[in-house]
Design a protein around this ligand. Structure first.
Ligand code: ADE
Ligand code: ZN
Length: 335
């Protein structure tokens, strides 16, 4: 099974580039920028990664991102993640980035987007990994702040496919961002959002009806509401599920009780993703491996998950078909 998963062609649809920041690279970049970090060693950093909830994690995640200063830093961070994609047979990835985490610290939007997008272009050519970018608004900040970010993004619109919504979910419902999502859609961005990770099913309804999202990041709590489940199926909207994130943030207490299989059996379209791999103990393949073991998923299940990852990507139909054909050949040979 491990071998089957490792060689399975797949896409990753839920990944925060700031969450891919491995301690080794964090130390290197901090040193070159003359920034002191509060940990003495890589081991000490890893030991600090014990979280009781989403907020617990976010506090550490924003601190880590604070050492990123130059375009080269953003380039190195992104390229390092894309190299990991290449060795895991991730053919395509949709990368979230949080501009406000950086602009709030005085880093120019241009520095962030140029570093990330240049790494994506190089990785397509050098590693054969395709990618697109999702600009995520931080929901703990105001809608006015999100509008400012939208404005800053416009000169770089050709480099960004979609907008997302992330950070502290509880107390920051999708309705808070209705107007900025409307404006983002008008600019041509595809709307996506985290919903139902810690927040209730009501937040997922809002994300669907008010933000008009085309994909739900996490979405675990849709299982609280049968009508919502039917609506998600009817609208043919996929969930980007992140198993190791869910256990690391205590959204699910034991992988053996993870609702992924239940979701699949109900007819929900699900995909497997790493969310913040540097913090949650595994890249996307590790997520596949551990959830397969915990839920005893079959090769057919794994194939369905990989198929969904291409089918519910934001790529054009022709490119999706290209990847699906490759997956089909692989599955036929290895099932
Ligand atoms: N930002 C990075 N990871 C996140 C997550 N799992 N939920 C919300 N915001 C995030
Ligand atoms: Zn996320």
């Amino acid at each position: 099974m491990k071998n089957f998963i490792e060689n399975l062609p797949k896409a990753e649809l839920h990944l925060h580039i700031e969450g891919s920041f491995e301690p080794e690279l964090m130390f290197k970049i901090a040193q070159r920028n003359n920034i002191k970090i509060k940990y003495k060693s890589i081991e000490e950093i890893r030991e600090a990664y014990q979280f009781d909830c989403l907020q617990d994690f976010l506090d550490i995640y924003y601190q880590g991102a604070g050492v990123l200063i130059t375009e080269q830093d953003f380039y190195d961070l992104t390229y390092s993640y894309l190299e990991k994609c290449a060795v895991q047979n991730v053919r395509h990835t949709e990368i979230m980035f949080d501009p406000q985490t950086h602009t709030e610290r005085g880093i120019a939007f241009k520095t962030v987007i140029n570093g990330i997008s240049k790494a994506c272009t190089a990785a397509k050519k050098e590693l054969g990994v395709s990618s697109l970018l999702i600009m995520s608004y931080l929901r703990h900040l105001s809608e006015a702040d999100a509008f400012k970010t939208l404005e800053q993004s416009l000169p770089y619109k050709h480099l960004i496919a979609a907008v997302g919504l992330d950070s502290s979910e509880k107390g920051n419902p999708p309705s808070k961002f209705k107007k900025v999502f409307e404006a983002s859609i008008k600019e041509g961005y595809i709307p996506l959002a985290h919903a139902g990770e810690e927040g209730s099913s009501e937040y997922i309804w809002e994300a669907l009806d008010l933000l008009k999202i085309k994909r739900i990041d996490h979405g675990n709590n849709c299982l609280q509401d049968d009508k919502l489940i039917q609506e998600i199926i009817k609208r043919d909207i996929a969930l980007t599920v992140c198993p190791l994130s869910n256990t690391a943030l205590q959204v699910v207490h034991d992988l053996k009780n993870h609702p992924l299989k239940k979701m699949m059996d109900l007819g929900l379209k699900t995909t497997i993703n790493s969310d913040d791999p540097a913090y949650f103990g595994g890249q996307v393949n590790q997520n596949y491996i551990e959830i397969q073991e915990a839920l005893n998923l079959s090769k057919q299940d794994l194939y369905d998950l990989a198929k969904n990852s291409f089918q519910y990507s934001l790529l054009d139909d022709k490119t999706i078909q290209f990847y699906l054909d490759e997956l089909e050949v692989y599955y036929t040979k290895n099932k």
